[in-house]
Design a binder for this molecule. Structure first.
Ligand SMILES: O=C(O)c1ccccc1NCC(=O)[C@H](O)[C@H](O)COP(=O)(O)O
Length: 252
């Protein structure tokens, strides 16, 4: 069964909706140019994100913190109160930055690198350059003149994934909706999918029914992920769970 990430959630009720519907990850965007931004300012900068991560953990869904070219203070601040399950880097981060972040975190916390691609060459190049990442999130390139690098509801040409042999697990992103996600999974063999715009009723506002329909469609799709992906997923599942992380955070 394909895994599902619902990205760009900004309120606790929607975290619960996604968790109850069977989401595997919920994503929180910390990018000021985004309509889904949950990074505050001043002393309460990390309050909302801490609440969202705690809600995710108590509802047994993994949390993904999405950053684009983050300052060190943001990375330290996010990991300060509660550690997320995943850091997703969605900017122009260098391979060295990704490798250093990977090396600085416990193995229970994953580092994902999002890459915007439009050809097989770009995909192969990204997979090689970002080999330190635990997963690639394969997305469309942002439209010309865009002020943010993702979350535009645009798809790329999925045929570039035909016959692609990934050495690590990856997620399919970009322009997915409740209507096209099952076909996308079948066409690409993706073992995990990510959505933001396709489950919104207006830019930045998630719709509970669309979230539920998307998850149901993805979970019931024909899944043809490779043996390699299944093997990696088994390794990930054995890593530390969210409730144990909360317990450790409360003991600090
Ligand atoms: O969602 C945003 O606003 C955003 C801002 C800056 C960088 C990345 C952003 N989103 C990245 C995501 O993970 C999206 O889920 C992914 O690009 C797919 O988005 P969509 O095509 O809207 O489903």
């Amino acid at each position: 069964m394909a895994e599902v990430k619902i990205c760009g959630i900004s309120d606790a009720d929607m975290v619960k909706v996604a968790a109850e519907a069977g989401a595997d990850w919920v994503g929180f965007v910390l990018v000021s140019a985004s309509p889904r931004n949950v990074l505050g300012s001043g002393a309460s900068r990390f309050d909302q994100i801490t609440d969202l991560m705690l809600t995710a953990a108590t509802n047994n869904v993994r949390s993904v913190i999405l950053l684009a070219d983050p300052e060190p203070a943001i990375l330290r601040g996010v990991g300060g109160a509660v550690m997320p399950d995943v850091f997703q880097l969605h900017g122009q981060e260098s391979p060295e930055f990704v490798a250093n972040l990977r090396a600085s975190l416990p193995s229970s916390v994953e580092v994902w690198k999002a890459v915007g691609v439009s050809s097989r060459e770009e995909l192969d190049d990204a997979a090689h350059r970002y080999r330190a990442a635990d997963r690639l999130l394969i997305d469309a390139k942002p439209p010309e003149g865009a002020t943010r690098t993702g979350g535009h509801g645009a798809a790329f040409d999925w045929s570039i994934l035909e016959g692609w042999e990934a050495s690590k697990p990856w997620l399919l992103a970009g322009g997915l909706t409740p209507h096209n996600v099952a076909g996308a999974i079948k066409a690409t063999g993706a073992s995990a999918v990510d959505v933001s715009s396709g489950v919104e009723r207006q830019r930045g506002i998630k719709d509970a029914d669309l979230v539920r329909t998307f998850i149901a469609a993805a979970k019931s799709a024909d899944y043809e992920g490779s043996h390699e992906q299944a093997k990696h997923m088994g390794t990930m599942a054995r890593r530390e769970g969210p409730l144990r992380r909360i317990w450790r955070a409360l003991r600090r």
